[in-house]
Design a protein around this ligand. Sequence first.
Ligand SMILES: [Zn+2]
Length: 211
Amino acid sequence: MRVLVLSPHPDDEAIGCGGTLRHHYRAGDAVTVIHLTSGERGGHGLSPERTGPLREAEARRAAALLGVDALHFWRQRDGALRSTAALLRALQEVLTSKPVQRLYAPHGGESHPDHRATWRLAKQLIQTLELTGMAVPELWLYEVWTPLQRIDAVVDIGTDMAMKLRAIRAHHSQVEVLDFAAASRGLARYRGELLSWPEGEYAEVFQVLKP
Ligand SMILES: [Zn+2]
């Protein structure tokens, strides 16, 4: 299987679906991640000029841990991400050259506006593909800032949890300020206990839109 992940900022890919990406890697699937912004405004005191390259370096380390095949930085403005016609065209070109069976993006109820913009982009991409008769991937929506309420898919990430946590911690500049690894571990444990019973200790959950 070939999958594409739309990540608004470096760290969303690891927090939202890092365990599932590692699962894809173990299954021999090809994973591409596009970071739409480089999170340059999340420097917590560091200038955007220094933060962008730092976070891209962190994203490269996280990608290596998760087994990501191809990593791209599209360097849209952090905090001002929009679903534009230009981005839509660029994504269409990516999918024309390499069709994917599954697309990952944040869900539409996320509290961060850049995450909602990424969700709009994903939805518009699916609509465009449908209109042009191109192969339409399943859209798997992940949770980062706001827990999902409608859950369609549960992925047991027990085997992949350790690597997910390492990938989150690779985003050092962010984990220093907020312990996303602990938060993510807590949520995955909750999802695992309630939804992946009896054996799943940790799980990631998704809202799924099928073509
Ligand atoms: Zn984010």
